[in-house]
Design a protein around this ligand. Structure first.
Ligand code: AMP
Ligand code: ZN
Length: 470
Protein backbone atom coordinates (compact mmCIF):
# COMPACT_ATOMS: atom_id res chain seq x y z
CA UNK A 1 0.00 0.00 0.00
CA UNK A 2 2.10 2.96 -1.18
CA UNK A 3 1.57 6.47 0.08
CA UNK A 4 -0.66 8.58 -2.13
CA UNK A 5 -0.23 12.32 -2.16
CA UNK A 6 -2.06 15.16 -3.88
CA UNK A 7 -0.05 16.56 -6.81
CA UNK A 8 -0.39 20.29 -7.50
CA UNK A 9 0.42 19.86 -11.20
CA UNK A 10 -2.19 17.21 -12.10
CA UNK A 11 -4.49 18.24 -9.23
CA UNK A 12 -4.90 14.54 -8.43
CA UNK A 13 -3.75 12.15 -5.75
CA UNK A 14 -0.85 10.08 -7.04
CA UNK A 15 1.07 7.10 -5.65
CA UNK A 16 4.52 7.97 -4.36
CA UNK A 17 6.91 5.47 -5.93
CA UNK A 18 10.56 6.17 -6.80
CA UNK A 19 11.03 6.46 -10.56
CA UNK A 20 14.32 4.52 -10.38
CA UNK A 21 12.62 1.75 -8.39
CA UNK A 22 14.97 2.32 -5.46
CA UNK A 23 15.33 5.70 -3.80
CA UNK A 24 12.80 8.50 -3.62
CA UNK A 25 14.55 11.71 -4.66
CA UNK A 26 13.02 14.71 -2.93
CA UNK A 27 13.85 18.45 -3.16
CA UNK A 28 12.59 21.07 -0.71
CA UNK A 29 13.02 24.81 -1.03
CA UNK A 30 14.82 25.72 2.17
CA UNK A 31 14.84 28.79 4.38
CA UNK A 32 16.03 32.26 3.49
CA UNK A 33 18.57 32.73 6.26
CA UNK A 34 18.11 36.41 7.16
CA UNK A 35 16.28 36.06 10.49
CA UNK A 36 14.74 33.35 12.64
CA UNK A 37 12.41 30.98 10.81
CA UNK A 38 8.89 31.38 12.19
CA UNK A 39 6.56 28.52 13.04
CA UNK A 40 4.73 29.11 9.73
CA UNK A 41 7.93 28.19 7.89
CA UNK A 42 8.22 25.22 10.22
CA UNK A 43 4.73 24.06 9.36
CA UNK A 44 6.07 23.43 5.86
CA UNK A 45 9.36 21.87 7.00
CA UNK A 46 7.61 19.63 9.53
CA UNK A 47 5.07 18.44 6.91
CA UNK A 48 8.00 17.59 4.62
CA UNK A 49 9.62 15.71 7.50
CA UNK A 50 6.47 13.65 8.11
CA UNK A 51 6.34 12.90 4.38
CA UNK A 52 9.93 11.64 4.41
CA UNK A 53 9.36 9.55 7.54
CA UNK A 54 6.25 7.92 6.10
CA UNK A 55 8.04 7.08 2.84
CA UNK A 56 10.97 5.57 4.75
CA UNK A 57 8.77 3.68 7.20
CA UNK A 58 6.93 2.32 4.17
CA UNK A 59 10.22 0.74 3.10
CA UNK A 60 11.59 3.21 0.51
CA UNK A 61 14.87 5.00 1.21
CA UNK A 62 14.96 8.71 0.36
CA UNK A 63 17.49 11.20 -0.89
CA UNK A 64 16.39 14.50 0.60
CA UNK A 65 17.87 17.81 -0.53
CA UNK A 66 16.96 21.11 1.12
CA UNK A 67 18.82 24.24 0.11
CA UNK A 68 19.79 27.35 2.02
CA UNK A 69 18.96 30.67 0.37
CA UNK A 70 21.95 32.71 1.46
CA UNK A 71 22.08 35.28 -1.33
CA UNK A 72 19.00 37.23 -2.43
CA UNK A 73 17.53 40.71 -2.04
CA UNK A 74 16.68 40.15 1.65
CA UNK A 75 19.91 38.55 2.88
CA UNK A 76 21.95 41.24 1.11
CA UNK A 77 19.81 44.08 2.46
CA UNK A 78 19.77 42.85 6.06
CA UNK A 79 23.43 41.80 6.27
CA UNK A 80 24.36 45.34 5.32
CA UNK A 81 21.94 46.78 7.87
CA UNK A 82 23.61 44.57 10.49
CA UNK A 83 27.05 45.72 9.34
CA UNK A 84 28.16 42.12 8.74
CA UNK A 85 29.52 40.22 5.77
CA UNK A 86 26.90 38.18 3.95
CA UNK A 87 28.72 34.98 4.94
CA UNK A 88 28.88 35.81 8.67
CA UNK A 89 25.30 37.07 8.73
CA UNK A 90 23.79 34.04 6.98
CA UNK A 91 25.97 31.61 8.96
CA UNK A 92 24.51 32.97 12.20
CA UNK A 93 20.91 32.49 11.01
CA UNK A 94 21.72 29.07 9.52
CA UNK A 95 22.98 27.89 12.90
CA UNK A 96 19.84 29.16 14.58
CA UNK A 97 17.74 27.35 11.96
CA UNK A 98 19.63 24.10 12.56
CA UNK A 99 19.12 24.37 16.31
CA UNK A 100 15.36 24.84 15.82
CA UNK A 101 15.23 21.91 13.36
CA UNK A 102 16.89 19.68 15.91
CA UNK A 103 14.51 20.75 18.69
CA UNK A 104 11.55 20.06 16.40
CA UNK A 105 12.94 16.60 15.64
CA UNK A 106 13.39 17.19 11.89
CA UNK A 107 15.56 14.64 10.12
CA UNK A 108 18.52 16.50 8.58
CA UNK A 109 18.45 16.46 4.76
CA UNK A 110 21.08 14.29 3.10
CA UNK A 111 22.55 17.38 1.43
CA UNK A 112 21.90 21.01 2.36
CA UNK A 113 23.52 23.00 -0.45
CA UNK A 114 23.85 26.78 -0.29
CA UNK A 115 23.26 29.20 -3.16
CA UNK A 116 26.53 31.08 -2.56
CA UNK A 117 28.47 27.82 -2.84
CA UNK A 118 26.91 27.12 -6.26
CA UNK A 119 27.46 30.31 -8.25
CA UNK A 120 29.42 28.53 -11.05
CA UNK A 121 26.60 25.98 -11.43
CA UNK A 122 24.11 28.81 -11.83
CA UNK A 123 26.29 30.62 -14.37
CA UNK A 124 26.59 27.42 -16.42
CA UNK A 125 22.82 27.05 -16.46
CA UNK A 126 22.37 30.63 -17.69
CA UNK A 127 24.90 30.02 -20.48
CA UNK A 128 22.91 27.01 -21.65
CA UNK A 129 19.64 28.96 -21.52
CA UNK A 130 21.14 31.75 -23.66
CA UNK A 131 22.58 29.21 -26.13
CA UNK A 132 19.17 27.61 -26.51
CA UNK A 133 17.36 30.92 -27.01
CA UNK A 134 15.51 30.93 -23.67
CA UNK A 135 17.36 33.86 -22.10
CA UNK A 136 18.83 37.19 -23.14
CA UNK A 137 21.28 39.69 -21.69
CA UNK A 138 20.05 43.26 -21.21
CA UNK A 139 22.19 46.33 -21.83
CA UNK A 140 23.12 46.69 -18.12
CA UNK A 141 24.55 43.15 -17.91
CA UNK A 142 21.49 41.53 -16.30
CA UNK A 143 20.16 38.35 -17.90
CA UNK A 144 16.44 37.51 -18.15
CA UNK A 145 14.50 34.35 -18.85
CA UNK A 146 12.26 34.79 -21.88
CA UNK A 147 8.92 33.52 -20.56
CA UNK A 148 7.30 33.49 -24.00
CA UNK A 149 9.94 30.96 -25.18
CA UNK A 150 8.56 28.21 -22.94
CA UNK A 151 5.14 27.01 -24.07
CA UNK A 152 4.45 25.17 -20.82
CA UNK A 153 4.95 28.24 -18.63
CA UNK A 154 2.06 28.49 -16.20
CA UNK A 155 1.03 24.83 -16.08
CA UNK A 156 1.79 24.32 -12.41
CA UNK A 157 -0.10 27.38 -11.19
CA UNK A 158 -2.83 26.93 -13.82
CA UNK A 159 -2.35 30.36 -15.29
CA UNK A 160 -4.99 29.61 -17.91
CA UNK A 161 -7.58 29.65 -15.12
CA UNK A 162 -6.39 33.08 -14.13
CA UNK A 163 -6.90 34.40 -17.63
CA UNK A 164 -3.29 35.26 -18.12
CA UNK A 165 -1.92 34.65 -21.55
CA UNK A 166 1.70 34.23 -22.45
CA UNK A 167 1.55 37.14 -24.85
CA UNK A 168 1.09 39.36 -21.82
CA UNK A 169 4.79 39.09 -21.02
CA UNK A 170 5.53 41.53 -23.80
CA UNK A 171 3.55 44.18 -21.96
CA UNK A 172 4.47 43.22 -18.41
CA UNK A 173 8.16 43.54 -19.38
CA UNK A 174 10.90 42.22 -17.17
CA UNK A 175 11.25 42.14 -13.37
CA UNK A 176 14.50 42.10 -11.51
CA UNK A 177 13.42 41.79 -7.86
CA UNK A 178 13.31 38.29 -6.41
CA UNK A 179 9.71 38.41 -5.26
CA UNK A 180 7.06 39.91 -7.43
CA UNK A 181 3.32 40.31 -7.56
CA UNK A 182 1.24 37.23 -8.00
CA UNK A 183 -0.16 37.11 -11.50
CA UNK A 184 2.36 39.47 -13.02
CA UNK A 185 3.60 37.50 -15.94
CA UNK A 186 7.02 38.82 -16.76
CA UNK A 187 10.50 37.84 -17.86
CA UNK A 188 12.40 37.28 -14.64
CA UNK A 189 16.04 37.84 -13.75
CA UNK A 190 18.52 34.96 -13.93
CA UNK A 191 21.50 37.22 -13.32
CA UNK A 192 21.37 40.69 -11.80
CA UNK A 193 24.01 43.21 -12.79
CA UNK A 194 25.96 44.67 -9.83
CA UNK A 195 24.30 47.66 -8.18
CA UNK A 196 25.64 49.99 -5.50
CA UNK A 197 23.13 48.69 -2.91
CA UNK A 198 24.61 45.20 -3.23
CA UNK A 199 27.78 46.42 -1.47
CA UNK A 200 30.54 43.82 -1.69
CA UNK A 201 28.18 41.04 -2.78
CA UNK A 202 28.92 40.40 -6.43
CA UNK A 203 30.64 37.75 -8.52
CA UNK A 204 32.28 37.79 -11.95
CA UNK A 205 30.35 36.32 -14.89
CA UNK A 206 30.43 36.36 -18.71
CA UNK A 207 27.92 39.29 -18.51
CA UNK A 208 29.89 41.32 -16.00
CA UNK A 209 29.84 41.48 -12.20
CA UNK A 210 26.60 40.68 -10.46
CA UNK A 211 24.71 37.93 -8.65
CA UNK A 212 22.22 35.22 -9.51
CA UNK A 213 18.46 35.80 -9.31
CA UNK A 214 16.74 33.87 -6.52
CA UNK A 215 14.75 31.42 -8.65
CA UNK A 216 17.82 29.97 -10.34
CA UNK A 217 19.52 28.42 -7.32
CA UNK A 218 16.98 25.61 -6.84
CA UNK A 219 17.14 24.59 -10.51
CA UNK A 220 20.94 24.48 -10.41
CA UNK A 221 21.17 22.61 -7.09
CA UNK A 222 18.38 20.13 -7.87
CA UNK A 223 20.24 19.26 -11.09
CA UNK A 224 23.54 18.86 -9.25
CA UNK A 225 22.21 16.62 -6.45
CA UNK A 226 19.18 14.85 -7.98
CA UNK A 227 19.65 14.97 -11.73
CA UNK A 228 17.43 16.16 -14.58
CA UNK A 229 14.39 14.15 -13.47
CA UNK A 230 13.46 13.42 -9.89
CA UNK A 231 10.46 12.35 -7.85
CA UNK A 232 9.04 15.05 -5.58
CA UNK A 233 9.52 18.80 -5.15
CA UNK A 234 8.03 20.66 -2.20
CA UNK A 235 7.48 24.06 -0.59
CA UNK A 236 4.77 26.24 0.91
CA UNK A 237 1.89 27.27 -1.39
CA UNK A 238 3.27 30.79 -1.74
CA UNK A 239 6.08 29.29 -3.81
CA UNK A 240 3.83 27.85 -6.54
CA UNK A 241 3.89 31.13 -8.43
CA UNK A 242 6.27 32.52 -9.49
CA UNK A 243 9.11 30.57 -7.82
CA UNK A 244 8.23 26.99 -8.81
CA UNK A 245 6.86 28.03 -12.18
CA UNK A 246 10.22 29.71 -12.85
CA UNK A 247 12.18 26.69 -11.60
CA UNK A 248 10.32 24.45 -14.05
CA UNK A 249 10.98 26.88 -16.93
CA UNK A 250 14.71 27.13 -16.14
CA UNK A 251 15.20 23.41 -15.65
CA UNK A 252 13.14 22.11 -18.55
CA UNK A 253 14.74 24.60 -20.95
CA UNK A 254 18.36 23.95 -19.85
CA UNK A 255 18.25 20.13 -19.62
CA UNK A 256 16.58 17.31 -21.53
CA UNK A 257 14.60 16.25 -18.48
CA UNK A 258 11.18 17.02 -17.07
CA UNK A 259 12.37 18.21 -13.63
CA UNK A 260 10.07 17.17 -10.75
CA UNK A 261 7.41 14.57 -11.39
CA UNK A 262 5.26 15.37 -8.36
CA UNK A 263 4.61 18.72 -6.65
CA UNK A 264 3.82 18.73 -2.93
CA UNK A 265 2.69 22.09 -1.50
CA UNK A 266 1.86 22.86 2.12
CA UNK A 267 -0.88 25.35 2.97
CA UNK A 268 -0.09 28.23 5.27
CA UNK A 269 -0.16 28.54 9.00
CA UNK A 270 -2.44 31.45 9.87
CA UNK A 271 -2.81 33.74 12.86
CA UNK A 272 -6.21 35.33 13.43
CA UNK A 273 -7.22 34.38 9.91
CA UNK A 274 -4.17 35.94 8.20
CA UNK A 275 -0.96 34.33 6.91
CA UNK A 276 1.85 34.24 9.47
CA UNK A 277 4.66 36.20 7.88
CA UNK A 278 7.55 38.42 8.75
CA UNK A 279 6.24 41.32 6.69
CA UNK A 280 2.87 41.28 8.53
CA UNK A 281 4.64 41.29 11.91
CA UNK A 282 2.40 38.53 13.33
CA UNK A 283 4.95 35.79 13.61
CA UNK A 284 5.99 33.52 16.43
CA UNK A 285 9.32 31.74 16.52
CA UNK A 286 10.04 28.53 18.39
CA UNK A 287 12.00 30.56 20.97
CA UNK A 288 8.97 32.85 21.54
CA UNK A 289 6.86 29.81 22.41
CA UNK A 290 9.56 28.16 24.51
CA UNK A 291 9.80 31.38 26.53
CA UNK A 292 6.10 30.99 27.25
CA UNK A 293 6.73 27.53 28.65
CA UNK A 294 5.80 25.33 25.67
CA UNK A 295 8.09 22.57 24.42
CA UNK A 296 9.25 22.04 20.84
CA UNK A 297 7.42 18.68 20.86
CA UNK A 298 4.17 20.51 21.67
CA UNK A 299 4.80 22.96 18.83
CA UNK A 300 5.50 20.08 16.43
CA UNK A 301 2.29 18.38 17.52
CA UNK A 302 0.27 21.53 16.77
CA UNK A 303 1.94 21.96 13.37
CA UNK A 304 1.10 18.43 12.24
CA UNK A 305 -2.36 18.34 13.79
CA UNK A 306 -4.05 20.02 10.80
CA UNK A 307 -4.15 18.44 7.34
CA UNK A 308 -1.30 19.90 5.27
CA UNK A 309 -3.71 20.99 2.53
CA UNK A 310 -5.99 22.97 4.87
CA UNK A 311 -5.05 26.28 6.45
CA UNK A 312 -4.21 25.86 10.14
CA UNK A 313 -5.02 28.64 12.58
CA UNK A 314 -2.44 28.94 15.33
CA UNK A 315 -3.75 29.46 18.88
CA UNK A 316 -2.34 28.99 22.38
CA UNK A 317 -5.33 26.81 23.08
CA UNK A 318 -4.04 24.34 20.47
CA UNK A 319 -0.69 24.22 22.29
CA UNK A 320 -2.45 23.38 25.55
CA UNK A 321 -4.41 20.66 23.77
CA UNK A 322 -1.14 19.31 22.31
CA UNK A 323 0.30 19.08 25.81
CA UNK A 324 -2.69 17.04 26.97
CA UNK A 325 -2.49 14.76 23.94
CA UNK A 326 1.23 14.07 24.40
CA UNK A 327 0.71 13.42 28.10
CA UNK A 328 -2.03 10.96 27.28
CA UNK A 329 0.28 9.11 24.88
CA UNK A 330 3.08 9.09 27.47
CA UNK A 331 0.74 7.80 30.14
CA UNK A 332 -0.42 4.97 27.89
CA UNK A 333 3.19 4.11 27.06
CA UNK A 334 4.01 3.99 30.77
CA UNK A 335 1.09 1.67 31.43
CA UNK A 336 2.45 -0.67 28.71
CA UNK A 337 5.86 -0.60 30.39
CA UNK A 338 4.23 -1.42 33.71
CA UNK A 339 2.64 -4.37 31.93
CA UNK A 340 6.16 -5.60 31.12
CA UNK A 341 7.14 -3.90 27.84
CA UNK A 342 10.70 -2.57 27.54
CA UNK A 343 11.25 1.21 27.53
CA UNK A 344 11.63 1.03 23.74
CA UNK A 345 10.10 -1.84 21.81
CA UNK A 346 12.54 -4.44 20.49
CA UNK A 347 10.59 -4.75 17.24
CA UNK A 348 10.68 -0.98 16.87
CA UNK A 349 9.94 0.36 13.43
CA UNK A 350 8.65 -2.85 11.85
CA UNK A 351 4.92 -2.58 11.56
CA UNK A 352 1.93 -0.62 12.84
CA UNK A 353 0.32 -3.78 14.31
CA UNK A 354 -2.96 -2.83 16.01
CA UNK A 355 -2.55 0.70 14.58
CA UNK A 356 -2.93 -0.54 10.99
CA UNK A 357 -5.97 1.71 10.48
CA UNK A 358 -4.03 4.79 11.59
CA UNK A 359 -1.16 3.83 9.26
CA UNK A 360 -3.56 3.40 6.33
CA UNK A 361 -5.19 6.77 7.02
CA UNK A 362 -1.76 8.40 7.21
CA UNK A 363 -0.83 6.93 3.84
CA UNK A 364 -3.91 8.46 2.26
CA UNK A 365 -2.61 11.94 1.38
CA UNK A 366 -0.70 12.26 4.68
CA UNK A 367 -3.84 12.60 6.75
CA UNK A 368 -2.16 13.26 10.10
CA UNK A 369 -5.26 14.50 11.97
CA UNK A 370 -7.15 11.40 10.83
CA UNK A 371 -4.28 9.15 11.91
CA UNK A 372 -4.07 10.84 15.32
CA UNK A 373 -7.82 10.38 15.77
CA UNK A 374 -7.46 6.70 14.99
CA UNK A 375 -4.51 6.31 17.37
CA UNK A 376 -6.54 7.83 20.21
CA UNK A 377 -9.54 5.66 19.38
CA UNK A 378 -7.29 2.59 19.80
CA UNK A 379 -5.89 4.00 23.05
CA UNK A 380 -9.37 4.62 24.43
CA UNK A 381 -10.46 1.04 23.88
CA UNK A 382 -7.22 -0.61 25.07
CA UNK A 383 -6.55 -1.36 28.73
CA UNK A 384 -2.84 -2.23 29.04
CA UNK A 385 -3.28 -3.98 32.38
CA UNK A 386 -5.69 -6.53 30.91
CA UNK A 387 -3.50 -7.46 27.91
CA UNK A 388 -1.29 -10.53 27.69
CA UNK A 389 2.40 -9.72 27.44
CA UNK A 390 2.42 -10.59 23.73
CA UNK A 391 -0.57 -8.37 23.08
CA UNK A 392 0.98 -5.53 25.09
CA UNK A 393 4.19 -5.82 23.09
CA UNK A 394 2.33 -5.69 19.78
CA UNK A 395 0.49 -2.54 20.91
CA UNK A 396 3.73 -1.04 22.20
CA UNK A 397 5.67 -1.68 19.02
CA UNK A 398 2.79 -0.44 16.83
CA UNK A 399 2.47 2.72 18.90
CA UNK A 400 6.17 3.48 18.50
CA UNK A 401 5.99 2.76 14.78
CA UNK A 402 3.31 5.44 14.50
CA UNK A 403 5.11 7.90 16.79
CA UNK A 404 8.28 7.56 14.72
CA UNK A 405 6.31 8.06 11.51
CA UNK A 406 5.00 11.32 12.88
CA UNK A 407 8.30 12.28 14.51
CA UNK A 408 6.69 12.56 17.94
CA UNK A 409 8.86 12.01 20.98
CA UNK A 410 7.05 11.28 24.21
CA UNK A 411 7.48 13.79 27.03
CA UNK A 412 8.30 12.76 30.55
CA UNK A 413 5.07 12.31 32.43
CA UNK A 414 4.20 15.49 34.20
CA UNK A 415 3.32 15.33 37.84
CA UNK A 416 1.16 18.39 37.54
CA UNK A 417 -2.58 18.24 37.56
CA UNK A 418 -2.90 18.85 33.82
CA UNK A 419 -2.09 15.22 33.11
CA UNK A 420 -4.51 13.99 35.76
CA UNK A 421 -7.60 15.71 34.41
CA UNK A 422 -10.23 13.04 33.74
CA UNK A 423 -11.44 12.81 30.15
CA UNK A 424 -15.06 13.76 31.10
CA UNK A 425 -13.81 16.95 32.77
CA UNK A 426 -11.64 17.87 29.76
CA UNK A 427 -14.67 17.21 27.59
CA UNK A 428 -16.98 19.48 29.62
CA UNK A 429 -14.33 22.20 29.66
CA UNK A 430 -13.90 21.98 25.89
CA UNK A 431 -17.68 22.21 25.38
CA UNK A 432 -17.82 25.28 27.64
CA UNK A 433 -14.99 26.85 25.65
CA UNK A 434 -16.79 26.24 22.37
CA UNK A 435 -20.06 27.60 23.80
CA UNK A 436 -18.24 30.68 25.03
CA UNK A 437 -16.65 31.24 21.62
CA UNK A 438 -20.08 30.89 20.06
CA UNK A 439 -21.32 33.53 22.56
CA UNK A 440 -23.80 31.02 23.94
CA UNK A 441 -23.48 32.41 27.47
CA UNK A 442 -26.24 30.35 29.19
CA UNK A 443 -24.65 27.05 28.06
CA UNK A 444 -21.17 28.27 28.93
CA UNK A 445 -22.33 29.31 32.41
CA UNK A 446 -24.16 26.12 33.15
CA UNK A 447 -21.17 24.02 32.04
CA UNK A 448 -18.90 26.11 34.28
CA UNK A 449 -21.25 25.45 37.22
CA UNK A 450 -21.33 21.76 36.42
CA UNK A 451 -17.51 21.67 36.39
CA UNK A 452 -17.40 23.52 39.72
CA UNK A 453 -19.82 21.06 41.27
CA UNK A 454 -17.43 18.29 40.16
CA UNK A 455 -14.50 20.07 41.81
CA UNK A 456 -12.85 21.84 38.88
CA UNK A 457 -12.26 25.51 38.09
CA UNK A 458 -11.77 27.06 34.67
CA UNK A 459 -9.36 29.93 34.26
CA UNK A 460 -9.59 31.74 30.92
CA UNK A 461 -6.68 33.52 29.34
CA UNK A 462 -6.31 35.42 26.07
CA UNK A 463 -6.19 32.42 23.75
CA UNK A 464 -7.48 29.50 25.75
CA UNK A 465 -8.17 28.16 29.21
CA UNK A 466 -6.71 26.15 32.05
CA UNK A 467 -8.46 23.50 34.10
CA UNK A 468 -7.55 23.66 37.79
CA UNK A 469 -8.65 21.57 40.79
CA UNK A 470 -10.89 23.56 43.11
P1 AMP B 1 11.38 31.35 3.24
O1 AMP B 1 12.35 31.26 4.38
O2 AMP B 1 10.56 32.60 3.25
O3 AMP B 1 12.05 31.11 1.91
O4 AMP B 1 10.30 30.19 3.45
C1 AMP B 1 10.64 28.87 3.80
C2 AMP B 1 9.44 27.96 3.58
O5 AMP B 1 8.36 28.33 4.45
C3 AMP B 1 8.86 28.00 2.17
O6 AMP B 1 8.54 26.68 1.76
C4 AMP B 1 7.60 28.85 2.33
O7 AMP B 1 6.66 28.56 1.33
C5 AMP B 1 7.13 28.42 3.69
N1 AMP B 1 6.23 29.37 4.39
C6 AMP B 1 6.33 30.71 4.51
N2 AMP B 1 5.33 31.23 5.26
C7 AMP B 1 4.56 30.18 5.65
C8 AMP B 1 3.36 30.02 6.47
N3 AMP B 1 2.78 31.06 7.07
N4 AMP B 1 2.88 28.76 6.64
C9 AMP B 1 3.47 27.68 6.06
N5 AMP B 1 4.59 27.75 5.31
C10 AMP B 1 5.14 28.98 5.10
ZN1 ZN C 1 13.14 26.77 -4.64
Amino acid sequence: MPLTLHDTLSRKPKAILPMDGQTLRFYCCGPTVYGPAHIGNFRTFVAQDVFRRVVEKGGTPTRHIRNLTDVDDKTIRDSQKAGQSLIDFTRFWTQKFHADCQSLNLLPPHVEPSAVAHIPHQIRMIETLIERGHAYAAADGSVYFKVASFADYGRLSHLEDRELKLGASATAGAVDHDEYEKDSLADFALWKARRSEDGPNYWPSPWGEGRPGWHLECSAMALEYLGEDFDVHSGGIDLIFPHHENEIAQSCCSTHGHFARHWFHVTHLMVDGGKMSKSLGNLYTLSDLEKRGYSAAEVRYVLISGHYRAPLNFTFHSLDAARQALQKLAKFDKALQERGCPALPTTQGRSPGPFADAWEILNDDLNVPGALGSIFATLNKTKPASLSLDEAQAVHSGLHFMLESLGLKLPTLSQDTAAEIPAEIADLAERRWLAKNAKDWPTADSLRKELESLGWLIKDNKDGYQILPK
